[in-house]
Design a protein around this ligand. Structure first.
Ligand code: COA
Length: 167
């Protein structure tokens, strides 16, 4: 399964908060993955998630400015290899505080090199530091790739089900 060429990127990549100059590359990865280019969406997300410049590890910040929203990128130098977005949410759907993963994407030619794993672990570390011990996500039933990925990371079906109807 593992792609030895891409594995080099796992060794080289670093994970940090996304910044404005990363957004064109994030858009390119997302467009490659989903077939839809949504520039405004990504710019808005950056503003909402990373407008504060400090990461969770910044001990110079008082506890009151603890970070709960994370828009992270995995980089090799200036090249963005992938991104992940997540947030700590409390009491919605009757759930005690937990981390939610809203999106993940890895550049096509870098996949199966451990970048997805590194991104997820970086987000989970930040969730732990924010004080939660559970992480959740939602995925399309027929998306076998993303399902295999999350299963491989130890995630499994949880106690909630999703309901919807056409309006
Ligand atoms: C899912 C995704 C994030 C995985 O990223 P990645 O960097 O390739 O993942 P990793 O290399 O860390 O793989 C970790 C594990 O996931 C599983 N996995 C990854 N790719 C897989 C594939 N193509 N088939 C089956 N399992 C796979 C494997 O168990 C793998 O472990 P292994 O390499 O030891 O076998 C990436 O494929 C992707 O971006 N897919 C598109 C996502 C998308 O469409 N997002 C939009 C909706 S949120």
């Amino acid at each position: 399964m593992a792609n030895p060429q891409a594995r080099q990127s796992e060794r080289k990549c670093t994970v940090r908060l996304a910044k404005a100059t990363d957004i064109p590359q994030v858009i390119a990865i997302d467009t490659e993955n989903t077939g839809l280019s949504k520039a405004e969406y990504w710019e808005d997300l950056l503003e909402r998630y990373n407008s504060r410049s400090t990461d969770v590890d910044d001990d110079t910040q008082p506890k009151s400015v603890k970070r709960y929203r994370f828009f992270l990128v995995a980089c090799d130098g200036e090249a963005v290899l992938g991104f992940i977005i997540g947030e700590v949410r409390a009491w919605e759907f009757g759930s005690p505080p937990c981390g939610w993963i809203f999106a993940i994407g890895v550049r096509n030619n870098t996949r199966q090199g451990g970048v997805g794993h590194v991104l997820l672990e970086a987000l989970n570390d930040r969730f732990r530091k924010a004080g939660v011990s559970k992480v959740r996500t939602m995925l399309a039933r027929d998306d076998t790739l993303i399902m295999s990925f999350f299963r491989s990371q130890g995630m499994m079906a949880g106690p909630f089900i999703q309901f919807e109807k056409d309006l």
